[in-house]
Design a protein around this ligand. Sequence first.
Ligand code: C2E
Ligand code: CA
Ligand code: CA
Length: 555
Amino acid sequence: MSTLVEPLRMVLLADSSEWAELLGQLLNTIDNPSPLITAPNWEAASSLFDSPDNGLLLATPDRLPSLDQCPLPVVLLLEQEPDQPPAGVSDWLVRSSLNADVLRRCLRYLHEQNRFRYSLQRLAEQDPLTRIANRQGFQALLNARLSECREGGLVLGHLDLDNFRHVNDALGYQSGDRLILQVVTRLSALLQPGDQMARLGSDEFALLLDVGRDPQRAGHLAERITEALAEPYWIDGESLLLGCSLGLAHAHPGETADPLLWHAHIAMQQAKSQQGCAFHFYDERLNRGARSRADLEGELRRALRRDELELQYQPRLCLKSGRIVGLEALVRWQHPQRGLLAPGEFVPLAEESGLIVPLGYWVIARALRDMQWLLGRGLPPLHMAINLSFRQFQDSQLLTTLSRLIEERGVDAQWLEFELTETAVMRRSEQVQQTMQALAQLGVRFSLDDFGTGFSSFVHLNNLPIALLKIDKGFVGGMSDRAENRQLVRAMINLAHNLNLEAVAEGVESVEQLDMLRQFGCDQVQGYLISKAVPLAELARFLVFGMHQPLLSSH
Ligand code: C2E
Ligand code: CA
Ligand code: CA
């Protein structure tokens, strides 16, 4: 018999003292050192918990707090076996059948669930390749550092590698990964205790520099960093040169992370646009930031009018049949001066400015048109997945506009699928839930995107019309060399199946990953191994070829 590793802190909210006695006795026999705290109601108990990591609430139905208010997993205490599983709670215990074994199993299950949450949260803040913080982790870290910084104490750097995409295209993604690791090694050699580094995107890094003792340090360091990164790299026996652009911005006490990140980003773009300039300090007096941001917004508005946006499609493969069963629409901006821009370069701005609403409608309309075009070429229907931002849900016209678009295009709504992130789904659960239900009535399906990165509550998942769970590429990417990732991916697939959802793994780049996913019972995969996102015409060629010759089938 194994005991629990860490005791769960347990709060009991019950209408009679009999529950306290019974549970007290049973807990003694299973030698769990954690005491049972009895409280009259949740308000009185809530102050005991600053985080849900290691707590558990046991409650009888009449003392059950509103589940939106309570961050802890809840176990419902019942007098009789329920007719159907109680909604919204993690587990339930029935007095007549309660014994030490049942209680132990229940606690162990919740304990495992807590550990799983904890690992997810930790991994969600780390870049799997380089093991340094990712954007999400950095945001938290930066906020903490800013809250205690003095004037002139911190400088934020935004570093972007020039032409990294070409390296990826020419040498392949694995070489690209090796190059990134070398970049990180060079950067860490130059940083000192007190400095921090994070990977913001595929070829973008953040550097937080402690310059409290020496105000000149930021400039000197920027010089050394750009020099060090300009040295040749050796990848697969080839030597390679890479440029970089570094933008720097001074932090001010009381400032929040977002404007500082934005200023460093602007400075980086200025460094990039000035010939031969590798680093640039953000200059407040010129207030370039406001203008540059407004410029970009204006440009994006024009882009919508002038049809500079385009969609690319990435296929999704069903592992059982070996066939392509779906597509994900990914937006691109063909910028007249800056070339083809990835969504990371304009979707966040579109979200902040509200432009995501018209942009989102454009995406939906174009995807519907292309669905019909593919059908017209005699290809079998495929699920079309479209990314929806949380902001789009706040648009009161969403439902009517969508219904109209679907009707106008004559698309069968059952082939339409919207991808939402966990954070979007959980943020305003009621409104989101209503809109989702109404759309589900039309026949539209939903998937939960980037699963694992914005960890929230399984409880809510049950109540939403979600058909698929997309495991974030961050977890898939680390599967080959991290046992923890493998276990998590397997657990997420099981979780999806327990909730009657299909599991889709994103970012599948190697046959090794594919084999593991197949072994874990994953339903579908998406990633560069199958295909990157491609323009419509190229997709059509891919599909025609792929349909005759089932790809990577299990036989
Ligand atoms: P996402 O929804 O997680 O999309 C998947 C991203 O992973 C895409 O990047 C895709 O090109 C990339 N990817 C696919 N396979 C692999 C792989 O094997 N390895 C790696 N390393 N990456 C892979 P992309 O196109 O840059 O899109 C980035 C994000 O922008 C999307 O993330 C999505 O959140 C957002 N986005 C894209 N299109 C739209 C849109 O129309 N509306 C909204 N609201 N957001 C969009
Ligand atoms: Ca997506
Ligand atoms: Ca995703």
